[in-house]
Design a protein around this ligand. Structure first.
Ligand code: HEC
Length: 155
């Protein structure tokens, strides 16, 4: 029993040490850029199939649409905290205006979150015309921000 405990304790300690070492080598700016890009990538991965349903390229599946709308709302809260100071440089498509016009940027982020929340509401309401309308507004709010604050694909 004691031996097993000791071996476990050593393993856990070694494991913890290497995690700490990893943390020390990490670059917080790179991590922040990767985190926000990951959130945006997942937003796109969820809105894509919804768009396909709206355009009739994929059959409308209310359950899937509702799940993706909920995902979009949850993901839509995530990118913003990762626009940390210093993360305007590096492997990023964020324009300098994200920082120099921070209030406008935040307003665009808020707009998007409002539209995504309204989309979840519309889906709960169940009216397909209202859903389509609100989907259009939500997708537009992505584009409105990109137009001002995101470089055209650099990489
Ligand atoms: C308030 C502004 C804003 C909103 C709203 C917004 N984006 Fe973005 N998006 C950005 C910025 C800035 C970047 C560049 C991030 C970077 O490269 O550091 C970006 C990057 C992306 C990327 C590229 C990610 C990568 O891997 O480089 C995708 C895809 C994307 N956005 C999709 C979306 C979709 C889909 C929506 C709406 C559902 C959306 N965005 C809403 C500002 C926004």
């Amino acid at each position: 029993m004691k031996k097993i405990f000791l071996v476990t304790a050593i393993t856990v300690t070694l494991g913890a040490t290497s995690v700490v070492a990893d943390e020390r080598e990490r670059d917080p700016v790179k991590d922040a850029i990767a985190a926000r890009q990951a959130a945006f990538t997942l937003m796109a991965a969820n809105i894509g199939p919804m768009g396909a349903m709206m355009k009739g390229m994929k059959p409308f599946d209310k359950e899937e649409f509702a799940r993706r709308a909920a995902n979009l709302e949850a993901l839509g809260a995530m990118p913003w905290e990762f626009f940390i100071p210093g993360s305007d440089k590096g492997h990023t498509e964020a324009k300098p205006e994200v920082w120099s016009k921070a209030e406008d940027y935040k307003a665009k982020a808020d707009d998007f979150q409002k539209e995504a929340a309204a989309l979840v509401q519309a889906v709960q309401g169940g009216d397909e015309k209202a859903i389509a309308e609100q989907f259009g507004k939500t997708a537009k709010s992505c584009k409105a921000c990109h137009k001002e604050f995101k470089e055209k694909d650099k990489h």
